[in-house]
Design a protein around this ligand. Structure first.
Ligand SMILES: [Zn+2]
Length: 276
């Protein structure tokens, strides 16, 4: 059974199971809870704060306190307002970001955001080369090592090792400067357009993610990998972290962006589920 389906069944069964039994805190936990206790959850999202790394032309994260303190009615209360660009921190690129007819954030099917995933580790290649471009050979090497093709419907995560520099902008982005002129100063690894095209032509993946600010490398001027992938309604997850804690396959990903109607991107909470 495909992993997505098994997860779905798990949820259905848990729901049915809950309905059959009268609820009591003394009873066994519902099936879903039991199943999840057999999984290790890994957080692949960075926090949103003043430190959050944004594209050099994007508005950075703002958090303003509305109120925080004891009220005259005797209870504590706190609330904030926040503001953010779509493309900053751990976020999703919706297909419309580089494709006029592509899906907006709320139109991305949940099936593209949840399911079996693989990880391709190129950190040894990118270690001393911030302009490293992930090649077709990196993808086929994963297939050789695993003994099979990238499975149908996979979510593909690319580990360059750059998350360890986050949020140091000098090391992670290549510059601390901001504004249009800073775009030329960006240096971080990405997926080569040839490898993006190879994935689209030869494999059937449903989403892609990377632990750098962009699926195209820092020195890209035409953002071809974005165009190639997003034109096929393959969303991209950017600024991921903790990929070093994942195996190369046999895990699942749940990636849920803020559901912004008409959004070209959105803050993303993404986790991985590993079998214990
Ligand atoms: Zn983006």
């Amino acid at each position: 059974m495909p992993k997505t389906l098994s997860l779905f069944c798990m949820v259905c069964f848990a729901f049915l199971n809950c309905k059959e039994k009268p609820s009591s805190s003394l009873e066994e936990p519902p099936v879903l809870t039991k199943q999840l206790t057999n999984k290790t959850l890994i957080d692949l999202s960075h926090e949103y704060s003043k430190e959050t790394v944004y594209w050099v032309t994007a508005k950075e994260f703002e958090l303003d306190t509305v109120f925080a303190g004891d009220t005259d009615k005797g209870f504590y209360y706190s609330a904030n307002n926040f503001a953010t660009a779509e493309h900053g921190g751990t976020h999703i690129d919706a297909p419309i970001h580089f494709s006029k007819t592509g899906q907006t954030v709320e139109q991305i099917p949940l099936d593209n955001l949840v399911g079996s995933a693989i990880k391709i580790d190129v950190s040894h290649n990118a270690k001393n080369n911030p302009d490293y471009l992930i090649t077709v050979a990196d993808l086929t090497q994963w297939e050789t090592q695993s003994g099979h093709q990238i499975p149908e419907g996979s979510i593909v995560l690319l580990q360059t090792g750059f998350a360890k520099y986050y949020p140091n902008k000098e090391k992670y982005l290549g510059t601390t400067e901001r504004g249009d002129h800073a775009i030329a100063l960006l240096h971080f690894p990405g997926l080569s357009p040839e490898a993006a095209q190879w994935l689209v032509d030869n494999r059937n993946i449903k989403a892609i993610g990377i632990d750098t600010p962009s699926i195209d490398y820092g020195q890209s001027q035409l953002f071809k990998s974005h165009v190639i992938l997003l034109s096929k309604n393959i969303p991209a997850f950017e600024n991921l972290t903790n990929l070093d804690k994942l195996p190369s396959e046999n895990f699942e990903v749940i990636a849920l962006p803020m559901k912004i109607k008409g959004g070209t991107g959105a803050p993303l909470r993404i986790i991985a589920l590993l079998d214990n």
